[in-house]
Design a protein around this ligand. Structure first.
Ligand SMILES: [Zn+2]
Length: 376
């Protein structure tokens, strides 16, 4: 299958990946920088210009990665797991495992990225100054990197979601009012204002200044910011509603395990079809050995079903991801998505005490959300 994301490696448990759309930016920087350099420094040889552009593009790439690592390492230090850093057409994104619990965490995580970019800008500008007397291409490259990191830092400090400044703004309002929701509303609103202003700037550029490509680019960024601001807002509302719902509220504690020696044929005829279920635990009430699902038996030709015990095709407990009774619903859903399993056993210490099926989970969630009192 065609992959749109390339994994570069792992750092402190964070998956570092590049989305295919990043290549567009990379190519764009490479081409525009090479041509600009050749135009400004006609005395340079072609390969000097191209190599300088290539070095600059790669260092820019590393700068964005460093910015995201800034966010991520502070998040990890504050107990918030980071799954991945993805570089894509509009920059980078660190995927945090959960929302901040307090405005202080939110502030420190948000500010870390721009601080890294400001720091890099200072270092690159100093290097540009140092190299200028004897190595012009290096000085030019460092100068460009210094300016672009400064732009990244300043642009990110605009107070609207999903920009870092939006998160700082959110933290400030949260801290000031003590209300996480007011913070998010303000930051989402800020994000909309930023996005609509950029739309206007993009239109102005395209229609009146004749800068069609630049204008279009700004409009694309505005559209992305607007979408993300709304996603952030909705995600937050949903998370707020899910707070406090745990695996134990959604699990089925009637295990009905089937005996490991049961043939697939018997399971299908006597359990699966009559109960219209898609999966079953295998074992007995005292010990569960694994889980069998519809997709497990698809691998076996129906002619062999009468002679194949379920224990032979099931997924053993040791290979299943499990959750604890107090695991939050958000993590339950994440585990299901990550593993591709629609059923998760619920373990208390070393014993399976229940299991969660995706369909049942969604129904249970609906009931929970409809019946629990709205927190204010
Ligand atoms: Zn950032």
């Amino acid at each position: 299958m065609f992959k749109t994301v390339m994994v570069l490696g792992h750092f402190r448990g964070i998956r570092l990946e590049v989305h295919i759309s990043w290549l567009v930016i990379f190519a764009l920087i490479l081409v525009t920088l090479s041509t600009t350099l050749m135009h400004h420094y006609p005395e340079w040889r072609l390969q000097t210009a191209v190599l300088t552009a290539l070095f600059t593009a790669l260092a820019f790439f590393a700068s964005i990665l460093a910015h995201e690592l800034g966010h991520s390492l502070v998040a990890i230090r504050r107990g918030i797991p980071v799954k991945a850093i993805t570089l894509f057409i509009f920059g980078g994104m660190a995927q945090l495992g959960k929302d901040s619990d307090n405005p202080e965490d939110e502030f420190h995580i948000a500010i870390a990225g721009p601080l890294v970019s400001f720091g890099l800008a200072a270092i690159f500008l100093a290097l540009s100054f140092l190299f200028s007397p004897f190595l012009e291409p290096a000085s030019v490259a460092f100068g460009w990197l210094g300016v672009i990191n400064l732009v990244v830092a300043v642009f990110n400090m605009i107070p609207g979601f999903p920009l870092d400044g939006g998160r700082v703004f959110r933290a400030a309002i949260w801290r000031f009012t003590g209300d996480a929701r007011k913070g998010i509303r303000a930051a989402v609103m800020g994000g909309r204002v930023v996005a609509y202003s950029l739309f206007a700037v993009g239109l102005w550029n395209g229609l009146f200044l004749g800068n069609l490509l630049g204008g279009l680019w700004i409009i694309l960024i505005a559209w992305f910011l607007l979408t993300m601001a709304d996603v952030h807002g909705k995600q937050f509302d949903l998370r707020q509603q899910l707070v406090g719902i745990q695996a134990r509220d959604l699990a089925d504690f009637e295990l009905y395990p089937i005996d490991p020696t049961t043939s697939i044929r018997d399971w299908v005829d006597h359990y699966l079809l009559p109960r219209s279920e898609r999966a079953a635990l295998v074992g007995n009430q005292d010990s569960i050995h694994g889980l069998i699902t519809l997709s497990d038996i698809r691998r076996i030709p129906p002619a062999d079903w009468p002679d194949t015990p379920v224990s032979r095709v099931m997924t053993g407990l040791d290979r299943l991801r499990t959750v604890r009774p107090d695991t939050g619903v958000e993590e339950v859903l994440t585990v299901m998505t990550e593993t591709g399993f629609n059923q998760l056993p619920v373990m208390d210490t070393d014993r399976v005490i229940g299991w969660i099926d995706r369909n049942r989970l969604l129904r249970a969630l609906e009931v929970q959300l409809a019946t629990r009192p709205r927190g204010s």
